[in-house]
Design a protein around this ligand. Structure first.
Ligand SMILES: Nc1ncnc2c1ncn2[C@@H]1O[C@H](COP(=O)(O)OP(=O)(O)OP(=O)(O)O)[C@@H](O)[C@H]1O
Length: 302
């Protein structure tokens, strides 16, 4: 078994130091492979190498945030069945692992918890050829992510500040835009939505829960459509959205389950947020690929 640590070297230095100490403590005298990314998207290339071209089992620890995980899983689609992935959440938001609450980030970072890991095959969603493991969204939060990513790339700021700034900037735009969609075999009437979110995991955007009942291995995409929000309601709404309590507002919120969604943008470009990464699409199709990633989760009971 190859034990491979795939690391984003731009991770917070203290967190990286603690990870190295944890590796030394748990793998004393045993060989591990450290793979550090050299640039954005390098993780996908590294993952593909282990997914396809090795001939022994691999335990791949993804050491970074949701962005690194997103890139890694794109290299693991149709991987050999002996490639297992564990997530060591060292990013800022680490939304993917929040699905497993009450397990904590510390539970995921404790390497002793992987001696007898819990196996779980995880679904993913494809969007015109790119895969997302946690959420795919359109609308309000995409603009927030776009502003935040832009700010992070130009200024030495991290953490939540870029997201709050992005939210204030986004509130200067009109809320809502028109969508035409087919959800499985149901053609929806054209409608204006403020948020359109497709969930595999439960949390996104730093801790919001569009679909509190989503589960990463249930073979369906959970859909959350939100309409009719007023800007003055956003703060109140955000609190309910964080707790997943917005779903009781059935006049504004529609929750569904689906396997495939076609969005008709009339060949115009639309921006979508895949696990926190913003991408441009025309007429995107979001489709579930069941049990595509073989996870090894921490055995917290040990
Ligand atoms: N060597 C590298 N140099 C520059 N950028 C990198 C490198 N390796 C990875 N990246 C980029 O860093 C971005 C953010 O990394 P990561 O997901 O680890 O942390 P994060 O954004 O803080 O996490 P979260 O999304 O959970 O808040 C990724 O989108 C990835 O493309």
């Amino acid at each position: 078994m190859k034990e491979v640590f795939l690391i984003n070297p731009h991770t917070d230095a203290k967190k990286l130091y603690a990870l190295m100490e944890e590796i030394k403590k748990n793998f004393k005298g045993r060989q591990v492979i450290i793979e550090k990314t050299k640039a954005p998207k390098h993780a996908e290339y590294i993952a593909k190498k282990y997914a396809l071209f090795e001939n022994e089992p691999v335990h791949l620890y993804v050491c970074g945030g949701d962005g690194l995980l997103h890139e890694t899983i794109n290299g693991l689609i149709d991987a050999r069945s002996e490639v297992h992935v564990s997530v060591l959440p060292l990013g800022t938001a680490n939304d993917f692992v929040k699905t497993f609450r009450p397990w904590t980030t510390a539970d995921f970072l404790n390497l002793a918890n992987y001696k007898n890991p819990i196996a779980m095959d995880c679904d993913v969603m494809s969007v015109n050829g790119e895969y997302a493991i946690n959420t795919v969204s359109f609308g309000f939060d995409v603009y927030v992510a776009q502003y935040a990513n832009h700010m992070k790339s130009r200024l030495p700021v991290q953490g939540i500040i870029p997201y709050y700034t992005g939210m204030l900037q986004t509130l200067r735009r009109p809320l809502g835009q028109e969508y035409r969609m087919q959800i499985d075999d149901q053609r929806m009437p054209a409608a204006i939505y403020d948020f359109v979110v497709f969930c595999n995991g439960k949390y996104y955007g730093g801790g919001y829960q569009p679909c509190p009942d989503a589960m990463i291995n249930d073979g369906v995409i959970d859909v959350c459509l939100i309409s009719g929000l007023k800007k003055r309601d956003i703060v109140y709404f955000a609190k309910a959205y964080e707790k997943g309590e917005h779903i009781s507002h059935t006049d504004r919120v529609t929750i569904k389950q689906a396997h495939i969604i076609h969005m008709d943008t009339n060949n115009e470009t639309i921006y979508g947020n895949l696990d926190g990464e913003v991408r441009a699409f025309k007429n995107p199709t979001i489709e579930l690929k069941s049990h595509a990633i073989h996870l090894w989760l921490p055995n917290v009971g040990e």
